[in-house]
Design a protein around this ligand. Structure first.
Ligand SMILES: CC(C)(COP(=O)(O)OP(=O)(O)OC[C@H]1O[C@@H](n2cnc3c(N)ncnc32)[C@H](O)[C@@H]1OP(=O)(O)O)[C@@H](O)C(=O)NCCC(=O)NCCS
Length: 338
């Protein structure tokens, strides 16, 4: 009953997306709405290609959806899964049937670790949502837990100014460089090196994932794709007195009507910590965001609870936690090589 959808058939993909997109809203304290073109471009991302599946009823309604991503440039042992069944069709075995197909797809693609994210409102007990119960029943374990924090916009000018003064007191010769869609050529190599460090430094819990390797080609490809997705991005680099990239932060402004801005990576490399660079870079980005996208209502950021430094910076900006995301994982046998 599970069918693979031809993702090059845009009409079919659109129908799939229309069923998938709202089907987890009941799990969300802060529902988000992605636009089809944005998602469709991401589905064809060569570094993270996706395959889509659905289950249709006798009346031809879409009653179950699944997307399976196979990272191509690294983490070639991982299958990243999204399964959604609309609330009115749950507990009839549709999710389990989709997961069976995913398992075969994983084996066919040499993937030994399956990852699946479940988001739950923070007000509910951890692991009590339908998504969590489903994952637990299927033998998944918890790889990592993060909380979704919201910074309401605008952050007041007084607050920004006070924090900017606080951050500047420890700047010690570090410079901030900002850019939009494209990284300036003179920083590309250093920025790629810093991005490649990100997953070495960020908390990963027990997740069976390996750090990403960023090259100038991969960076250029990602930049072009973001533009194709209709996303604006705002980046800030911290440059040490000797010219090294000491850290970076990025915001993504997606094409959506839900008021959302997404915080992407923030990293200050270990040798450069203690200069309030994380705060300084985020403040620079917030200033730019509020000036050019005054209609946006919040920045959403996902943080591990143990990440004290990042939590302190976000708390200073007024962030409050609303949802938790549990990254479930199931590892089957040995990791494939090659
Ligand atoms: C998770 C989800 C896909 C499950 O879909 P489903 O079609 O209802 O799942 P199934 O009927 O195949 O359930 C299989 C088993 O999972 C467990 N399970 C599923 N939902 C459960 C719930 N609400 N409470 C307790 N156990 C549950 C049960 O063991 C169930 O078997 P049983 O019905 O014979 O007891 C659906 O709830 C959903 O779309 N949630 C939102 C998105 C999400 O969190 N996805 C999960 C990870 S990608």
């Amino acid at each position: 009953m599970v069918e693979r959808v031809d993702s090059d058939n845009e009409a079919a993909a659109r129908r799939w997306f229309t069923a998938f997109e709202p089907a987890a809203d009941d799990h969300r304290a802060v529902p988000t709405h992605m636009m089809f073109d944005d998602w469709y471009a991401a589905l064809h991302d060569p570094s993270w290609p996706g395959a889509v599946f659905w289950v249709r009823s006798r009346d031809d309604d879409v009653v179950g959806t699944m997307v399976a991503h196979t990272p191509a440039y690294d983490n070639r042992h991982v299958l990243d899964l999204g399964i959604r069944v609309p609330p009115e069709h749950r507990r009839h075995g549709i999710g389990a049937a989709l997961l069976d197909v995913a398992q075969t797809y994983a084996v066919d693609h040499g993937r030994t670790t399956v990852l699946a994210e479940v988001v739950e409102p923070l007000a509910t007990a951890q692991g009590s949502s339908a998504g969590s119960r489903f994952a637990q029943a299927a033998g998944f374990g918890v790889g990592m837990v993060e909380n979704h924090r919201i910074i309401e916009l605008p952050v007041s000018d007084e607050r920004l100014q006070a924090l900017e003064d606080h951050a500047a007191a420890r700047r010690n010769g570090y410079q901030l460089v900002e850019f939009g869609a494209r990284c300036p050529p003179e920083y590309v190599d250093r920025f790629c090196a810093a991005q490649s460090r990100f997953l070495h430094e960020a908390p990963l819990g027990d997740l069976d994932v390996e750090p990403e390797v960023w090259t100038p080609e991969r960076l250029a490809e990602a930049e072009v794709r973001r533009v194709r997705q209709g996303r604006d991005s705002l980046s800030v680099l911290a440059i040490a007195p000797d010219g090294a990239v000491a850290g970076y932060t990025q915001l993504v402004v997606p094409p959506t009507d839900d008021g959302r801005v997404a915080q992407a990576d923030t990293l200050v490399l270990p040798d450069h910590r203690g200069h309030r660079l994380g705060l300084a870079m985020k403040l620079r980005n917030l200033r730019r965001l509020q000036e050019h996208w005054p209609d946006r209502t919040y920045v959403g950021t996902w943080n591990a609870e143990g990440n004290a430094a990042m939590l302190a910076v976000n708390a200073a900006l007024g962030a409050t936690a609303r949802e938790r995301m549990i990254e479930y994982q199931r590892t089957d046998g040995q990791r494939a090589t090659g």
